[in-house]
Design a protein around this ligand. Structure first.
Ligand code: KIV
Length: 270
């Protein structure tokens, strides 16, 4: 398994870090088999696998349930798990209890939190021994306030993002996810920080990239953001399911190949 120190060394050596979300056992197995450096059990699972409109409905128990399955599927990959909406930023004692529960029970290597206002939490969690990844820029849990918009696109916004990035690093964050920010700003922040900066919609100047599994594989998604490249097409599953439906209805399935042939009824008293 890649350790934090390996990820930090990759940054120092200028080797890019790959990260993908996974939410269940089979996707985690695939990501590990592909040799991806890090898995994020993102609260994006609210939309991708639970069918919610945003990440706001996701609970701590949802994150625990999914991250345990991911850990079983990817025992040798560095796993980061999101602290969902309302479980951090409440009061420090509750935040730390939630973080300890998630870190201890999920089997993840680090927890991730959104926003530049959580430096006290990051500091205290780090003291407790919980590695924390910070997430700045577009932070989906704040969609009700900021919308799904590029961040840091004004002078003041860019300066705030630079300050917040330095502050979360100083507080002890072990890595930073930067979402939907101008690429020159993301590159500047990546150069300023010692910790790895993983970008999503932040250009190629960051130390690594993260994409959402369902977005990059066109798996049940209707729309994707500008920054998503699709590397596969799992939507072909619908055609396969239609063929199955046709074959069941026409009795083409199951053919002999898929049938146990033993003639037992000759031996059974009728
Ligand atoms: O939940 C998630 O998938 C994320 C990524 C967008 C970075 O936080």
């Amino acid at each position: 398994m890649k350790k934090l120190s390996d990820l930090h060394q990759m940054k120092q050596a200028g080797n890019k870090i790959s990260m993908v979300t996974a939410y269940d056992y089979p996707s985690a197995k695939q990501v590990e088999a592909a040799g991806i450096d890090m898995i994020l059990v993102g609260d994006s699972l609210g939309m991708t696998v639970l069918g919610y409109d945003s990440t706001v409905d996701v609970t701590l128990d949802d994150m625990l349930h999914h991250s345990k399955a991911v850990r079983r599927g990817a025992p040798d990959t560095f796993v980061v798990v999101d602290m969902p909406f309302g479980t951090v930023g409440v009061d420090l004692a509750t935040d730390l209890q939630n973080a300890a529960k998630l870190y201890q029970q999920s089997g993840a290597n680090a927890v991730k939190v959104e926003g530049g206002h959580l430096t006290s939490f990051i500091q205290q969690a780090t003291y407790l021994g919980i590695p924390v990844v910070a997430h700045l820029g577009l932070t989906p849990q704040s969609v009700g306030v900021m919308g799904y918009r590029m961040q840091g696109a004004t002078k003041a916004g860019a300066e705030r993002l630079i300050e917040d990035s330095k502050a979360v690093e100083k507080a002890g964050a072990v890595a930073l996810v930067l979402e939907a920010v101008p690429s020159d700003l993301a590159e500047h922040i990546s150069r300023q920080l010692d910790i790895p900066v993983i970008g999503i919609g932040a250009g190629k100047g960051t130390d690594g990239q993260v994409l959402v599994y369902h977005d990059m594989l066109n798996y049940g998604v209707e729309r994707t953001a500008k920054f998503v490249k699709q590397y596969g097409d799992f939507s072909t599953g619908v055609a396969a399911l239609k063929q199955y439906d046709d074959e069941v209805k026409s009795s083409a399935f199951p053919s002999e190949q898929y049938t146990y042939q033993k003639q037992i009824m000759d031996e059974v008293e009728k």
